[in-house]
Structure formats: C-alpha cells, structure tokens
Design a protein around this ligand. Structure first.
Ligand code: MLT
Length: 265
C-alpha cells in the first residue's frame, strides 16, 4: 500500500485480511518492532505497521516534531480508506495523542501501549538534550547500549537473540532520525488533560517491569479515560510487543475484535 509523506510515495507494509489496524512504533525503532504481533493478528485483521519519517520504508527527512509524525500517520489512515483501530507504542502513543486531538472520524478504537500522557519535565528535557549531543558526537551505537536495558526487562536482557534483534533495529537508524525523535519527544505537548476527552473505546497496556511508562502510571492514565481497560503484561519490560508478542497480540486482538470488527463490517 502506498501513502504520501511530504509529497513522496511511502511504501506501507501490510499483512492479513479484515478490519484495518495501524500500529505506530516507538523510539529508537521502526515498524519491525511490531512484526511478531502483526503476524499473530494478521489471521483476523489487515495490519499496517508504517515506518515513521526517516526510516527504511520512509526515507523522507524527519522534521523533529510529533505533529509532523502525526501528519504522516494521518495520511496512512486516509490511504487505508476504512475505519481503523490505532495502536501507538510509547513515542507512537505520543503520536496517537496528537492525532486524536484532531478528532479523526475513521479511528474507532485506540490502544495505548507502554506510553505516557505526561510531557517531559525539565530533567527529562535535559536528558533528551544530552542524548542529542551524544548521537551527534558518537553516532547511534551509544544510544543503542543505553536504551537496551530500558527497553527490556532484566529477564529479556538475558535473551541474547532478543537483545540482538532490538540492537539491530536501533543500529539501522540514522543519527538524524534519532535526533529528530529526541527533539520531537522533548517538545511534545502534555496530553494529561486530554485523557478525559477521549470518548472512543480505549485499551491501555503496560509491561510489568516497564521503567519508562510504569504500570502504576499507565493504570492511572486508564482511570482518566472513560471506560478504558488496563492490561499489564506479566514478565515484560517496556518493549512488550517484542518481549511478549503473544500476550500483546492476544490483548490487542481481543480488544479490537470487540470494538472494531462489529463497527467496520
Ligand atoms: C519510546 O520507547 O518510544 C521512548 O523510549 C519513549 C520515551 O523515551 O519517552
């Protein structure tokens, strides 16, 4: 499937047949972080896992703002030409919040996966700045090594195959893309007050050992959204879709079956 970003055609990987799901990846990753989950959902859904700007399938110059990433996802949803279920993982959740503030009628159900409504505080912004300085001076390598223990649980860090897979995804990102993501996350708007304005079916998911968006914070976020459901993924860190893909696919599958299939058929 082809969508447009800044006037350039972008290839959107898709698999399966059924109601459409759009899965937005996080930092410092690309759409491949959803591969196992997408495969497991593709028996019931048409699954799209686009690369945000600056990645393999979408090599346009990234603009360093959540709004520009949301513009692209909006174009993906428009080209899907169907009601969609939207899932945003972490930075992808920040993009989903930005998009939902535009009230897209075609998004009918929302999954917020290991993400946060709060903006960066001053310390968080300073950390983004430090990471930008690191990637400019030393490239992507140190970013990968610093991120791995934040993405995976201690158990996940013992799985060499998993660690290598995540490292490979991070190392194929360019320094410009990493910098764009960091600037976008640093400057993102706070969405806490927006939570009560979400009126569509919403699922909140967090890994038991998530150190970036903790289960406690995620549960509190779900409590602010009318009717939202919260699911904790046992034994996983932040990167639940790669660490526990079967549990995440089951949670998303059941949620979107219930809230999307009936509406789009
Ligand atoms: C992500 O997983 O997308 C990021 O780590 C989120 C963040 O750093 O705020």
């Amino acid at each position: 499937m082809i969508a447009e970003n800044l006037g350039r055609p972008v290839n959107i990987r898709r698999q399966g047949i059924g109601p459409t799901l759009v899965l937005i990846h996080g930092y410092p990753l690309d759409g491949a972080m959803w591969s196992s989950v997408a495969r497991q959902l593709s028996d019931r859904f048409r699954v799209l896992k686009p690369d945000l700007p600056g990645r393999l399938d979408n090599p346009t110059t990234p603009e360093g703002s959540i709004a520009s990433y949301a513009d692209f996802v909006q174009a993906v949803i428009a080209s899907a030409d169907a009601p969609v279920g939207l899932a945003g993982f972490s930075m992808g959740g920040y993009v989903a919040f930005e998009l939902m503030k535009r009230r897209p009628v075609s998004v009918q159900a929302l999954a917020l996966v290991d993400t946060r409504a709060a903006a960066d505080d001053e310390a968080g912004k300073a950390n983004r700045q430090a990471a930008i300085a690191t990637v400019r001076a030393e490239g992507v390598g140190p970013i990968a090594e610093a991120m791995l223990p934040k993405l995976l649980s201690p158990e996940g860090m013992k799985r060499g195959d998993l660690m290598e897979r995540v490292r490979r995804i991070i190392l194929r990102q360019t320094p410009q893309t990493i910098e764009s993501d960091l600037a976008a996350m640093r400057d993102r708007a706070d969405s806490t007050d927006f939570l009560t304005q979400l009126t569509l079916p919403t699922l909140v998911v967090a890994g038991e050992h998530d150190v970036i968006s903790s289960p406690a914070e995620s549960r509190a976020m779900a409590e602010q959204i009318a009717g939202a459901r919260f699911i904790e993924i046992a034994g996983a860190g932040h990167l639940t879709p790669l660490e526990k893909p079967a549990a995440v696919a089951q949670a998303l599958g059941e949620f979107f079956e219930e809230n999307l299939r009936s509406r789009s058929s």
